[in-house]
Design a protein around this ligand. Structure first.
Ligand SMILES: NC(=O)c1ccc[n+]([C@@H]2O[C@H](COP(=O)([O-])OP(=O)(O)OC[C@H]3O[C@@H](n4cnc5c(N)ncnc54)[C@H](OP(=O)(O)O)[C@@H]3O)[C@@H](O)[C@H]2O)c1
Length: 281
């Protein structure tokens, strides 16, 4: 088996941590990136996608790469384009780009522009578009759960085929280490479409608390994001995409995870069981 040097953008994040672990387990060398100031080594590179700092150096000796755009920035194309250009310049063997389900609905959206740039780069690539992560419940939405026992979102009664980020990582690892699906894009979902009341019931089951879903207004949602320090354009981006969720556009399920990895993706019950410590008082 070829032992590749694989650049992982966002290696300390929800998907990147698990992806890096899986790639190392398979004997590959991972070059993790961080926007924090660090002394660069073969396995750690300082890359700030906002300023462009470190991008070129991070590719030195790299065979393959995983790209994402960190949350908080609405112009994902501006952050991803320099990475795609550098991958092309270096002739990488493979690039896997993670965007988001629905990113290809509008050809001019920043995420879609990055996808198109990669598609036209001549590189071997995959694009993965995951649906909303289950992990959001113990990260982004945890404050309402901890303080009020409530999932507070403007989601109506819409169903969502939430995906476990660990399944995104398994899928990305497989795509990075195989050429079987080259030049294809995949929408990644969990096994079932469920509403937020169903998620709340699962979190109650594992935590021993009563957690409920309460619908809030889009405006309250946006104000909450702004109060948490998110920039206005990103809060508006989030409002737009949760609007699509509410309209039912996040309910579709796909079989992509199984097709690529051979394993069924995890559902909400497995997520709740595995992360129950996050939901206990
Ligand atoms: N959450 C969802 O439901 C969902 C659904 C679909 C798609 N997505 C997409 O998933 C992506 C986020 O993935 P994730 O949740 O795994 O990430 P995450 O946990 O939010 O982690 C973000 C990563 O980006 C790095 N980072 C932050 N600022 C950076 C900068 N200026 N330059 C370079 N790196 C930076 C962070 O590391 P340092 O702090 O060390 O730099 C960290 O490793 C986004 O593009 C989002 O649109 C999310």
């Amino acid at each position: 088996m070829n032992r590749d040097l694989i650049l992982v953008i966002g290696a300390s994040g929800t998907v990147g941590t698990e992806l890096s672990r899986l790639l190392k387990e398979q004997g590959h060398t991972v070059r993790a990136t961080t926007s924090k100031t660090v002394k660069s080594t073969n396995e750690l590179a300082h890359v700030n996608l906002v300023t462009g700092e470190g991008v070129k150096d991070a590719f030195e000796g790299v065979d393959k790469a995983f790209f994402l755009s960190p949350p908080g920035y609405a112009d994902q194309h501006a952050l991803l384009s320099p990475l795609i250009q550098e991958a092309k310049r270096r002739g990488l063997k493979k690039v896997v780009l993670m965007t988001a389900m629905g990113a290809n609905a509008v050809e001019t959206s920043p995420f879609r522009r990055a996808e198109i740039e990669l598609e036209k780069s001549g590189l071997n690539y995959n694009i993965i578009r995951p649906n909303w992560f289950l992990q959001n419940f113990h990260t982004f939405w945890i404050q309402g759960i901890q303080q009020h026992n409530k999932i507070l979102l403007p989601a109506g009664n819409a169903k969502v085929s939430f995906i476990d980020a660990r399944d995104i990582a398994v899928t990305a690892a497989k795509l990075l280490t195989s050429d079987q699906h080259d030049r294809r894009d995949f929408d990644l979902t969990g096994p079932e479409a469920i509403d937020h009341t169903h998620v709340a019931a699962e979190l109650s089951r594992v935590s021993g608390r009563t957690i409920t879903y309460e619908e809030i207004s889009p405006n309250d949602f946006k104000n909450g994001l702004l109060a948490a320090g998110l920039p206005k354009d990103y809060a508006e981006f989030m409002l737009m995409i949760i609007g699509f969720l509410r309209e039912g556009y996040s309910a579709r399920t796909t079989t992509s995870v199984k097709e690529i990895t051979g394993v069924e993706p995890r559902g909400v019950a497995a997520y709740a069981n595995d992360y129950k410590m996050n939901f206990k008082k």
